[in-house]
Design a protein around this ligand. Structure first.
Ligand code: CA
Length: 334
């Protein structure tokens, strides 16, 4: 397997990046007070999934050009604590008659507790649908890997550590889906780095992080037609076979959705939306209005503050915020 596309970038921060840093400081202070005040109002956790509350994080990193860092807000969701195992996949095959994936009989890879490998994007989607779930978006996957602090290069922190993940042929095969408990992400998800690459729902486009919406990005409408072999979907997290350079949480790799064999380590986990309700949703709408203001997306900001005011019409802070937004919108018209 080859991967020669990534050129490391060493540029001084652009105006956008400076704005983002200021925004991050501003919003972190404001958001901390909002989030501390918010009380969880979620349905009960589904089995073997972890809850990731609605919140903001910096998606991407300075590592590669296609990882352009940008602020993103993701609605609350659950994500599987573990990669889907062979045992899980066997139950799916039995219940639905779905065909066996590649490497199903490879003795190194076929133990019940090892993650299923050799599945294509459609297999992963079908499994998740059978479970009443779906593949995570790239943003959901990355937030789950980065944890509540949102800034770790790896799920466990900043330093590469072979005792915390299975990568680079250090072990020579996949390990159980609950292996490496010390490498668990801040939200409690296992093996987000390493073991098997994980399919997410988004198409891959190297420029997408420059134009992505700030709220619940779903990926571009079409994928890069890589080497004229057809459009590609995003893969996350590296694998037992892949080098350490693909391990960090914002790393983006890709494959055609019908391909199941790349690097003998293509697996997945599923996700499920979990919408906040009541006062929490209102506070988050306010939060999103502030973030949109920081991004100078005034129409988006107005939409969010109107939603917040609908939930809490007498809130003076929300009313003040709306006047600020209106002032900017009117300034643009003159
Ligand atoms: Ca993984």
């Amino acid at each position: 397997m080859t991967k020669a596309r990534h050129a490391h970038i060493h540029q001084s921060p652009s105006k956008g990046e400076k704005t983002m840093k200021n925004l991050t400081l501003f919003s972190s202070i404001t958001l901390a007070s909002i989030l501390l005040a918010a009380t969880p109002a979620m349905s009960q956790d589904p089995d073997n999934m972890v809850l990731v509350p609605r919140g903001e994080f910096i998606m991407g990193s300075q590592e590669h050009q296609d990882e352009h860092p940008h602020n993103v807000v993701v609605d609350a969701y659950y994500i599987d604590k573990y990669e889907v195992s062979n045992q899980d996949y066997k139950a799916f095959m039995k219940a639905t008659g779905h065909p066996a994936p590649a490497y199903w009989d490879d003795p190194r890879l076929s133990k019940p507790e090892q993650p299923v490998v050799g599945v294509n994007w459609y297999d992963g989607s079908a499994f998740c649908e059978w479970k009443g779930k779906r593949l995570p978006t790239e943003a959901e996957w990355e937030r789950a890997a980065k944890g509540p602090d949102g800034n770790g290069h790896y799920p466990w922190g900043h330093t590469l550590d072979e005792t915390k993940a299975n990568y680079g042929q250090n072990v020579g095969m996949t390990t159980a889906v609950d292996s490496y408990p010390s490498g668990v992400s801040g939200f409690g998800a296992y093996n987000m780095s390493g073991n098997v690459f994980e399919w997410v729902s988004d198409w891959y486009d190297p420029g997408y992080f420059n134009v992505s919406p700030a709220l619940n990005p779903q990926g571009p409408a079409a994928g890069l037609n890589f080497a004229n072999q057809g459009p590609v979907k995003v893969l996350k997290g590296g694998s037992w076979l892949a080098p350490s350079s693909s391990l960090h949480s914002s790393h983006r790799f890709w494959n055609q959705p019908e391909n199941n064999s790349y690097g003998v380590g293509l697996g997945f986990r599923c996700a499920k939306s979990a919408s906040p309700v009541g006062i929490q949703a209102t506070q988050y709408d306010f939060m999103h209005a502030l973030i949109s203001m920081g991004d100078e997306k005034w129409a988006e900001a107005l939409e969010s503050i109107d939603r917040a005011l609908k939930g809490d019409p007498e809130n003076a802070e929300y009313m003040d915020t709306k006047s600020l937004i209106m002032k900017q919108i009117n300034k643009g018209k003159n």
